[in-house]
Design a protein around this ligand. Sequence first.
Ligand code: 4AD
Ligand code: MG
Length: 430
Amino acid sequence: MKTTIAEVSKHVGEEVTIGAWLQNKRSSGKIAFLQLRDGTGFMQGVAVKAELGDEKFQEAKALTQESSLYVTGVIVEDTRSSFGYEMQVSGFEIIQEAKDYPITPKEHGTEFLMDHRHLWLRSRKQHAVMKIRNEIIRATYEFFNVNGYVKIDPPILTGSSAEGSTELFHTKYFDEDAYLSQSGQLYMEAAAMAFGKVFSFGPTFRAEKSKTRRHLIEFWMIEPEMAFMNHEDSLEVQEQYVSHVVQAVLDHCRLDLEALERDTSVLEKIKAPFPRISYDDAVSFLKEKGFDDIEWGEDFGAPHETAIAESYDKPVFITNYPAEIKAFYMKPDPDRPEVVLCADLIAPEGYGEIIGGSQRIDDLELMRQRYEEHGLTGDAYQWYLQLREYGSVPHSGFGLGLERTVAWLSGVEHVRETIPFPRLLNRLYP
Ligand code: 4AD
Ligand code: MG
């Protein structure tokens, strides 16, 4: 009977056939240990000369890395491996013999691995990171569906920018100019006025010449938007959502976290509520810590964020930034209009900002004024202003960067390993 590695626990004591690739092998005169992978998991196959016969055993010993096979054998429990099962190989059929697979068990440099990303994805750690990514996506849909949100898909081709025009990829749209979306937010605000609580999940593009471990040119963002919710309500949604995702990864990705040697004790602590610190207090804190390079009114860089995050063992919200350094649509604090009702959520362990969010301006006149101050003239945003004209309500939303969240939960250093085919400043291949 045909099965997969993920399903072998249901077949203990039975003879099954699995389509697999040979990841690695070790052998002696009488026994060969075949490290098999089939996409759904990783398992050892044990080939014994006395069982297979001389000829077949020699064939097993000669198997090359990444050759594809149908392997047949009896599934047995194996308490020594954390997977818990192995196969006693009774036979195999080679589908294709792979010659000179470029990624050998020895160490390779990052550029080499990135050039072979289409193959590197097969390796144990890369597989684990993608499984964690998949679990975060699954838990995201679960969280928002259970809580009454409607998934809405904003467009990717847009006629204007959402945040600022410097980071946009330009293209032609027949005779018009068009841009790749850098955020679906403005459209999600329209959707919130139609459906109440909505979320999007899609690719976003930033033509930013940043070359850091936290920046991708193309990345995926989850953008919830909620009518009748103020900034504080939104922070509660954010901490509940992030806690849910962390718990889901802990519950469903045990072997993947283990393959990545992730310290899960730090993830166990990630439970709502999360601490909050105001931008004002963050500036004072940084000055006390000896950062002389920061003045009130300036944005934080990665070292600042890391220094703040180090004081907590949970993600921390930095709230109420100066209006000057934030997007035009953020609602000013009524008691202190020089700051806005916003927060960035900073992950622990130096993974940086994973969420940016705010309450949005709901007053038509103020929004018009902000527009003009930002030099946003013309008709491109008429529809956005109309949302403030016909039954405007308080509303808030946020955007969570998927890859930074994957990096944090997986414990991988650089976001380039958190997306199947990364687009970086100097990389569009493969
Ligand atoms: O802070 P950002 O730019 O916020 C927005 O785009 C809002 N319109 C979201 C909203 O309120 N609906 O981006 C949100 C998150 C960041 O916190 C970060 O996690 C991620 O997106 N992000 C990036 N991830 C990888 N590479 C980049 N270049 C990123 N830029 C932002
Ligand atoms: Mg941000």
